[in-house]
Design a protein around this ligand. Structure first.
Ligand code: UD1
Length: 336
């Protein structure tokens, strides 16, 4: 298949590009580098040993997208492009809604004009909101999100469902990611958050590198086995392989499917810290701090549907995630 990756230079997009090519597909990347680097594209080519066409453009740029779809005949689009910082979305809601919705609308309109009706979307477990029970299943009611970033994912899901309802030729797969961490085993591509990281694993790797003094564990009075928050951490390479399966599934069928990409196993903040220390032989100093607003006790997937529908399940464990995340950070102390 010829597959377009919007935001293909980002953390999940870059890993997916490599796995798609390894499975024999051709990829084209469109990225405006607002939160990524052209160096990621260079390294994708280095790891894959293949040339990857790159278009530097904003997916909301109608003319640029028209030109792109005129040049290539895409069988499927994987739509990663979007702003993704939860805290920032609370400060800048209009920017988040404008960017994430505009890019999606322009993309889908362009796809429609060119008869490309197959899309895999980067959604998030955040759309489940505060869960009443875990594990989370795709058919559970989404009560609402806790921040504008989450709402953009929720709204884009609804937009794509509507597109499918209106035109049964469309094929849509909404992938709800749990907590992607880790990096490619080469140590050449990984996660590069700008500034002080908000998410747990990038924060831990900065503490391990000595750039940050200690980890603040946000709360130890949650209803979990050790009181710290439990999440479903998934290796980004497993996640990337899930996209390969999703593209293959989406092609040649019609309708809309929602699929969780998680391991089904929840680990606490302290489980992650201890595993990181053990596999990498580095102490992570931490202190217990107050809870972070909006955090829930436990969030993990029921991964059955992904196994049944996509024939996919996560293969890597928490040790792999900790080892690969540190391997990337150690080899790239300043990012790309
Ligand atoms: C968050 C977002 C989610 C997004 C995901 C990946 C919310 C409600 N969810 O998930 O939408 O898709 O990031 O970007 O914002 N923790 C610490 N100390 C830290 C950082 C985190 O103790 O310095 C704890 C948190 O309290 C939580 C766990 O680590 O229990 C994971 O946090 P994080 O990596 O930020 O991911 P989520 O909040 O689960």
């Amino acid at each position: 298949m010829q597959i377009l990756l919007t935001g293909g230079a980002g953390f999940i997009g870059s890993h997916t590009a490599i796995e798609l090519m390894a499975a024999g597909h051709s990829v084209v990347i469109v990225d405006n580098f607002v939160n990524s680097s052209p160096e990621a594209h260079r390294r994708i080519e280095e790891i894959s040993g293949q040339k990857v066409p790159l278009v530097e453009a904003d997916v909301a740029d109608r003319d640029a997208m028209e030109a792109l779809f005129s040049e290539y005949q895409f069988d499927c689009v994987v739509h990663f492009a979007g702003l993704k910082a939860v805290g920032e979305s609370v400060q800048q809601p209009l920017r988040y809604y404008r960017n994430n919705l505009d890019t999606t609308l322009t993309l889908c309109e362009t796809m429609q004009r060119h008869g490309c009706k197959c899309i895999v979307f980067s959604s998030s477990a955040t759309v489940y909101g505060v869960p009443d029970e875990v594990p989370l299943r795709e058919d559970m009611f989404c009560k609402g999100c806790t921040n504008p970033y989450g709402w953009t994912k929720y709204m884009i899901e609804k937009i794509l469902m509507g597109v499918c309802d209106a035109d049964p030729e469309w094929s849509v797969v909404l992938l709800r990611y749990f907590n992607p961490i880790g990096a490619h085993e080469s140590g050449r591509i990984g996660e590069n958050p700008s500034g002080i990281p908000n998410n747990l694993m990038p924060y831990i790797t900065r503490v391990a590198a000595g750039t940050l003094e200690k980890l603040h564990v946000f709360g130890n009075d949650y209803q979990t086995h050790d009181g710290t928050g439990v999440r479903d951490y998934i290796h980004v390479v497993d996640l990337a392989k899930g996209h390969v399966k999703a593209c293959q599934y989406a092609e040649g069928r019609q309708g809309c499917d929602i699929v969780n990409l998680g391991t089904g196993v929840g680990y606490s903040v302290l489980d992650l810290v201890k595993t990181f220390e053990k596999v990498n032989g580095i102490q992570i100093p931490y202190e217990i701090s107050p809870r972070r607003a909006g955090d829930v006790d436990a969030c993990f997937a029921d991964p059955k549907k992904a196994a049944e529908v996509l024939g996919w399940r996560a293969e890597k464990n928490l040790e792999d995630m900790c080892r690969d995340a540190w391997n990337y950070q150690k080899n790239n102390p300043k990012g790309y």
